[in-house]
Design a protein around this ligand. Sequence first.
Ligand SMILES: [Fe+2]
Ligand SMILES: [Fe+2]
Length: 270
Amino acid sequence: MEIDRRAFVASLGGAAVVAGMDHEAKADALEHYMEEQLDEAQGQGQAEKYPTVAELEAQIETRNYRRGAGGLLVSTRGNVKKLEPMPARPTLEDFFRLRFAPANHVLQSATRAMKTGMSEEVILACLLHDTVNSLIKPDHGWWGAQLYEPYIPEKSAFAIRYHQTLRFFPDEQAGYEYPESYYRTFGHDYVPPQYIQDTYKMLKNHKWYMEPRLVTVNDLYAFDPNAKVSIDPFIDIIGRHFKQPKEGLGYDNSPSAHMWRTIARPDSPL
Ligand SMILES: [Fe+2]
Ligand SMILES: [Fe+2]
């Protein structure tokens, strides 16, 4: 199959985005792109372009890992790499550099939040919203909020916890559509489970509805191709709103310290 390189790069959001992607992400993106091109060439509609829930279920026993395993715990292409040890008193920036890297998606989200003048609580939530996926993916909103709750403003934790729910529900007024990529990830006939529906009902009437909603608005994969993403623009916001423990993340006996230690040492057998 012939690939139009320019169209492929543009579909990912431009050259800068591609430059920030690791090898595995690039290979995945190329595979998805080729599948889409092939489907389009065959003149199929959207419903046939994406798997059904039943088809995704049928894939479970074709793998030797579960889809919910965090990116640090399993490699779907080749062996995992030896990790650089963490410093004795690790900071959030150390985790970004040594465990969450390249963190391109969350950096893009936070950059977009900053550019569009959102509050510092929302910018911080965008910066952190998916980082727990390195450890575990199912219910990552709840896991992520719990990981960060001892250290960040309540509004930011609320936004992280509930962005996962609001991702499934469009809000035209806020400028949020159901993500096309979810048809591929969850199946085109997917219906979110009851607890997600109930959480959405609660959120609709909540005074902080807009905090997680704004995380979803920034939760896009396309991006200004000329922008370079880095954690540097967020150091001041982290300094103002993230209570870095002096003992280091993982060693301050907080309710989520063990989660930080697991991210720091994912090769530990017990
Ligand atoms: Fe997310
Ligand atoms: Fe996200």
